[in-house]
Design a protein around this ligand. Structure first.
Ligand SMILES: [Zn+2]
Length: 657
């Protein structure tokens, strides 16, 4: 591994710390998704006005690749070193101790390896879970052999992260000198240190290089042993929704399908078939990946395999865990022989992290196996990591968003009601697909994504085009695995007296509002039925259906058609838990393009009203806003509120005068 160090001058210690943290964090073979941590011992003026030694260590919520100064939490060294006299500290006590010693309590929680950083008597400390180091330590390997590979290093047997690990390092400080290159933690990773960030970083690279060279000398063959031929991925795409349903029985998941050449190499390998119960590369990954994954040779058997996985997980949970409620027992990783890798999580981001952790774990395990037989921590240690008290404390406080793990589709989402509906769905945790004929939809999707951090997939769609709709649903399945919520909202409006109405306009309204919402609903119905976990379709029909105004034949008749589509979705979907309901808003002005260019003023004038009067001509004398409609949509898809409601219509019109 090449050092990326470039000589430069630093403003201060923390500046130096930030620079080399980025160097470590930007290499996935060293640090993956928030893994690893770094620190610097410095001096600061405290709130008392006194100068004190302070440890700045990576706080939670930062990634080494992008960490900024404020990502490093300050803790008084005097307090941390006083803990050298404490022989035992359970995790929660350790967290409380660190909290009381923070320079500024509003900073992020410091890393669980804080004490280890503090006890090492060096200014800079770097820690990673380097793949090549793990390939060497994730085996039955003697400390002598490890030292013969790395030279002047200290080797520590496996301890779970926390105070015990820090103490085991403390007890070995006598054998650590300024010449010691680093500490190898069995089945965990690497610590290096030095008087400067450069010294610590370059030791890191040197030791990783030694590991890489050792592997190169001893593993001549490919990392993965090819065993099976690649097959078409078509059948996985077609099965994704059914798989999503099978693993979403307790909580909804978003899926990630990987058919890249890297994923296929794994899916075609002998190792993928063999390693299902070998565990990931590092214990902390277990929290997301679990210990086992499923290897599926024939999609027909997958349902049975998932059932067996669930049962095995429940048995192991009751054997190894007593004090915490059971996590979701379904597999986060499914390898389909010769076809690809499916991972899942409560969000698209989580599903991707699981994918990355799995691919790295497979490489580590395969190399370890080829060196001399891979061996990970024991199953009881693995379960105590999955049910780690600190993680459980976080879980207890974690309030999932109402639509966490859900996937929604909103048609006509570039502005007005559709845009606000998509925004609200995303704000509530749903992944959202927004479609519109207006190419602006891409920009709007970006806007929603940056406001909510939920993934928003834009799709430019002419909803009168049957083929285009069907393709969109194929892409939704590929991208997220299925769907839970559909908001049929796209529409156009042209008013004409009956005698002047051009049939072409009538056809156009029908194609977009009537037929378009039917094809969307038909595709959604098929996916929801396949998933077998229910679903929600909501139709924006408008007040026009129950209380039609004049000169709106095209619009009103097409909306009436869509209302009947909803009716039949409710009738036929009920037995599958698919609910279908209608929202009937009155005219919505805010954000709507229909009323632009003087149309609103002209309409008001024609009725002899002011604009304000025209907008509020209802019992409540209130303007109907897109937010009112979007919030009713959220209520309708809330199973606790409307779970027993289908085939219903809700007016959002201020009350008809
Ligand atoms: Zn670690």
């Amino acid at each position: 591994m090449q050092s990326k160090w470039e000589n430069r001058t630093f403003k201060d210690d923390l500046d130096e710390r930030v620079y080399s943290s980025h160097l470590l964090g930007s290499v996935p073979d060293l640090v993956l998704h928030g893994g690893g941590n770094t620190s610097v011992k410095t001096e600061e003026i405290l709130h008392t006005g006194k100068k004190a030694a302070v440890l700045r260590v990576k706080g939670s919520g930062s990634d080494l690749a992008t960490i900024r100064r404020e990502g490093f939490t300050g803790i008084r060294m005097e307090d941390l070193l006083a803990a050298k006299n404490i022989s035992e500290m359970p995790d929660q006590e350790m967290v409380d101790y660190m909290k009381k010693s923070m320079v500024d309590p509003s900073e992020p929680s410091p890393s669980v390896e804080t004490f280890l950083h503090a006890f090492l008597p060096f200014k800079f400390v770097d820690h990673s879970h380097a793949d090549s180091i793990l390939a060497i330590t994730n085996r039955n390997v003697s400390h002598d052999e490890i030292r013969s590979i790395f030279g002047n290093v200290v080797v520590i047997p496996y301890f779970p992260p926390g105070f015990k690990l820090a103490r085991s390092v403390l007890e070995r400080l006598g054998s650590i000198s300024p010449d010691t290159e680093g500490i190898i933690l069995e089945k965990h990773g690497l610590f290096t240190f030095g008087g400067s960030a450069k010294e610590s970083y370059e030791r890191h690279i040197r030791l990783v290089t030694k590991a890489e060279e050792f592997i190169k000398r001893n593993v001549r063959e490919k990392i993965f042993t090819p065993k099976f031929k690649e097959s078409s991925t078509e059948s996985i795409s077609n099965s994704l929704s059914a798989i999503r349903g099978m693993i979403s029985k307790r909580s909804k998941k978003i899926m990630h399908l990987d058919t890249s050449s890297e994923a296929l190499e794994i899916a075609c390998s002998e190792e993928a078939e063999k390693f299902t119960e070998r565990g990931p590369a590092t214990p902390d990954m277990i929290i997301r990946t679990k210990h086992d994954y499923i290897y599926c040779s024939d999609l027909k058997d997958l349902g049975k395999q998932i059932g067996e996985y669930e049962k095995k997980y429940e048995e192991e949970y009751s054997r190894y865990v007593s004090n915490f409620p059971m996590h979701d027992p379904f597999p986060p990783i499914i390898v389909i022989k010769g076809r690809g890798i499916i991972t899942s999580g409560i969000s698209a981001k989580e599903a991707e992290i699981v994918r990355d952790q799995f691919v790295h774990s497979m490489k580590v395990n395969s190399l370890a196996e080829k060196l001399s037989g891979q061996r990970f921590i024991d199953l009881d240690q693995s379960y105590s990591m999955e049910y780690w008290p600190l993680e459980e404390a976080k879980l207890k406080k974690f309030k999932p968003m109402p639509l966490q793990g859900c996937i929604s589709v909103v048609t006509g989402a570039a502005n007005g009601i559709g845009y606000v509906a998509a925004l609200k769905l995303a704000q509530n945790g749903s992944a959202v697909v927004v479609c519109d004929i207006d190419p602006e939809i891409s920009k709007r999707a970006q806007e929603i994504e940056s406001l909510t951090k939920s993934p928003v997939l834009p799709y430019i769609l002419d909803i009168s085009n049957e083929q285009a709709i069907r393709e969109m649903f194929h892409i939704i399945k590929q991208e997220f695995g299925g769907l839970d919520i559909v908001f049929n909202n796209a529409g156009i409006l042209k008013s004409d007296p009956i005698e002047d109405l051009d049939v072409k306009d009538l056809d156009r309204h029908y194609a977009i509002i009537g037929r378009g919402s039917f094809i969307v609903s038909q595709e959604a119905f098929r996916v929801m039925k396949e998933q077998g976990i229910g679903g929600n379709m909501v139709f924006n029909i408008t007040k026009n259906f129950t209380n039609p105004g004049p000169e709106m034949t095209s619009y009103g008749a097409a909306k009436a058609f869509a209302a009947y589509v909803c009716h039949y979705v409710a009738k036929e979907g009920g037995k599958y838990g698919i609910r279908a309901n209608i929202i009937n808003p009155d005219k919505v002005f805010k954000g709507s393009k229909i009323w632009e260019n003087g149309v609103l003023e002209a309409r008001a004038k024609a009725k002899g009203q002011t604009v304000e009067e025209y907008k509020t001509q209802n019992l409540l004398r209130r303007e109907v806003l897109p937010e009112h409609v979007a919030n009713v949509l959220l209520a309708l898809v809330n199973e606790e509120a409307f779970g027993a409601t289908t085939d219903a219509m809700i007016p959002v019109d201020g009350g008809v005068k």
